[in-house]
Design a protein around this ligand. Structure first.
Ligand code: HEC
Ligand code: HEC
Ligand code: HEC
Ligand code: HEC
Ligand code: HEC
Ligand code: HEC
Length: 423
């Protein structure tokens, strides 16, 4: 978002100053051709090299990224985690078998494959997530990475990088761009001045007389734009936290972290909130689901993990549920269904719950008031043409075809009627 806004404003700036840009390009040409500066050419070369190498390493990291996104919550390379260490997997199985296994391990086990059945038993019948959508080349990339991981940076920094999230990255990116712009600007200003002094004394019209930076309105304008973007973004960001019952964030009996599980380890929300596409309730996971992994994982690399995980194991041993404190709660007279919104409406969890995958402790992100529901029903255009679910609204489909309406909102399908939301 931010980057897009930034690029937009920058290109607007460039557009508004085409003349200046043309001058700059001219100057660059002049420089490269006539002055044969000893410094700039190597710098330019270095810059291009950097670009190229950064691209190259990006392509190579593919397998690593896929592994981190999909597998690292349960597998390490040279150590048992929830599943076996994968470093030598190709000594045990060939790629065709592995591909079948990764796409659907239950099917391989069900087929009676001896190796698979034994392995499954050995791992206390812990079910591995199925990845039916991974393509051959993606599985191959993962296996290439697993076999010869690039000389690893310490795991800690890799984790910290992942945790710091894209917002921080965006801010750094902008700061960097800004500095580059500033340096280029200063450099060019100086060169501009020198050139005028040296070469062009008799044609002052071609190149404007240089104005000091602090009196250059274009530069000040540019600076103001950048600062505004920064401040505006910060303000918008923090105002999200304000509100009524928004922000409710009680202590939980176990220090369970979505940031760790859903964020860093990228466990799918549906793995734990199993009801979310099927029914009204998303559901809070049972101890069994935690134990799928915590039978094996008794400790976290950092933090207070051990005691907290022991609480899960105690609950499991004593056959007692964990008493999670409920956070989101509509009054009894309101009907709300997750399946309707997540499956039929295809709305992302984050739209209503905020960036859960970045929360150490869950907090209510939206007001859950009647006007909140209604506003969204008025404003959100549903994916009317592509979603089979809406086939039954024939009149609306006709209106769409005739161009009478541009899009269909939930409100047009009766989403503002009292009895839809009230018992
Ligand atoms: C939810 C945890 C989980 C995730 C996520 C997961 N695995 Fe597994 N994996 C297991 C478990 C547990 C086993 C052991 C067999 C069993 O119990 O089903 C296993 C076994 C395997 C095996 C067989 C190992 C052997 O020694 O023969 C391979 C290969 C494998 N996983 C690859 C992957 C890959 C590749 C990914 C990511 C795309 C992945 N797994 C993601 C839990 C997981
Ligand atoms: C490893 C299991 C697990 C995964 C994965 C997971 N959650 Fe949760 N979630 C829980 C548990 C346990 C709770 C109850 C404790 C708490 O509130 O932190 C919970 C609570 C919540 C709540 C608050 C429920 C309330 O009481 O109102 C929301 C909302 C939620 N999760 C959304 C998500 C979303 C969105 C994702 C995916 C980005 C996700 N969860 C992934 C286990 C999980
Ligand atoms: C797919 C596997 C998986 C599932 C399911 C899972 N966890 Fe974890 N959990 C892990 C791993 C792996 C770690 C250790 C991460 C590390 O090395 O820091 C962990 C760490 C933890 C920690 C310690 C965190 C810390 O920072 O000290 C707690 C507490 C925890 N899990 C609670 C839960 C609860 C409660 C559930 C069930 C709602 C659950 N986990 C489900 C894999 C899982
Ligand atoms: C359209 C908004 C919306 C979307 C999208 C949405 N939720 Fe919810 N969620 C709510 C509301 C409202 C409640 C309170 C429901 C109640 O009190 O009956 C809630 C409650 C919950 C709860 C706790 C109570 C329960 O229902 O079990 C969990 C967990 C949860 N959501 C997870 C998720 C996950 C995971 C997703 C995405 C797959 C998701 N939600 C998508 C609005 C939404
Ligand atoms: C982020 C947008 C959004 C929010 C917030 C939202 N909804 Fe919805 N809602 C939708 C969309 C889109 C649909 C259409 C999906 C469908 O057809 O089932 C829908 C459908 C419904 C339906 C089914 C209506 C029908 O025609 O059968 C009900 C009931 C409903 N919402 C209730 C609620 C309640 C109650 C709340 C507030 C607690 C709420 N919604 C908040 C977007 C939203
Ligand atoms: C899209 C869903 C939706 C529709 C449509 C809807 N409501 Fe509501 N209504 C809610 C929600 C959610 C609340 C709970 C708000 C809260 O707890 O602050 C609520 C609360 C109320 C309350 C307040 C009750 C209380 O506990 O304070 C009244 C009265 C009410 N609605 C009447 C109506 C009437 C009359 C209509 C039809 C014109 C209507 N509602 C249509 C979702 C809806």
């Amino acid at each position: 978002m931010l980057i897009i806004r930034y690029v937009k404003s920058t290109s607007l700036y460039i557009f508004a100053n085409l003349k200046k840009v043309a001058q700059v390009i001219q100057l660059f040409k002049l420089l490269m051709v006539n002055l044969k500066t000893p410094l700039l050419k190597p710098l330019l070369g270095l810059f291009i090299c950097l670009l190229l190498t950064s691209n190259a390493s990006f392509a190579a990291a593919d397998g690593e990224a896929l592994f981190k996104d999909n597998c690292s919550s349960c597998h390490k390379l040279d150590e048992k985690l929830v599943g076996p260490a994968l470093k030598d997997i190709e000594k045990r199985r060939d790629r065709a078998w592995i591909a079948k296994w990764v796409r659907n391990s239950s099917a391989v086990i069900a087929s009676g494959d001896e190796y698979a059945v034994k392995l499954f038993a050995e791992y206390s019948k812990t079910q591995m997530t199925a990845f039916p959508n991974l393509k051959d080349e993606e599985i191959n990339a993962i296996l290439d990475y697993v076999k010869t991981p690039p000389k690893a940076k310490p795991a800690a920094t890799a984790n910290a990088g992942a945790a710091s999230g894209s917002n921080d990255d965006a801010v750094y990116f902008i700061a960097l761009l800004f500095i580059i712009f500033l340096v280029v600007y200063l450099l060019l200003g100086k060169i501009n001045r020198n050139l005028i002094n040296l070469v062009n004394k008799d044609t002052p019209d071609v190149l404007d007389t240089p104005i000091p930076l602090y009196r250059n309105f274009r530069f000040i304008g540019f600076l103001i734009i950048v600062v505004t973007i920064f401040v505006g973004y910060r303000a918008a960001d923090s105002s999200v936290d304000m509100g009524r019952s928004q922000g409710y964030s009680p202590d939980q009996p176990i220090k369970y972290s979505h940031k760790l599980h859903a964020g860093e380890m990228k466990i799918d929300c549906k793995y734990c909130h199993v009801g979310v596409e099927k029914g009204k309730q998303a559901g809070i996971p049972t101890v069994n689901i935690c134990m799928n992994c915590h039978k094996a994982v008794d400790q976290a690399t950092a933090g207070t993990g051990k005691e907290e995980i022991q609480k899960i194991r105690d609950a499991y041993a004593n056959n007692k549920p964990i008493e999670w404190v409920r956070i989101h709660n509509l009054p009894d007279h309101v009907y709300f269904s997750h399946a309707q919104h997540v499956k039929a409406g295809q709305i992302a969890c984050q739209t209503c719950h905020g960036q859960i995958q970045e929360m150490e402790v869950v907090a209510q992100n939206q007001p859950l008031s009647m006007s909140w529901c209604i506003n969204c029903h008025r404003e959100t255009k549903v994916q009317f043409n592509t979603n089979k679910y809406y086939g039954m609204y024939e009149d609306l489909h006709k209106d769409m075809k005739n161009g009478k309406i541009k899009g269909v909102t939930e409100a047009m399908m009766g989403g503002l009627e009292c009895q839809k939301c009230h018992y």
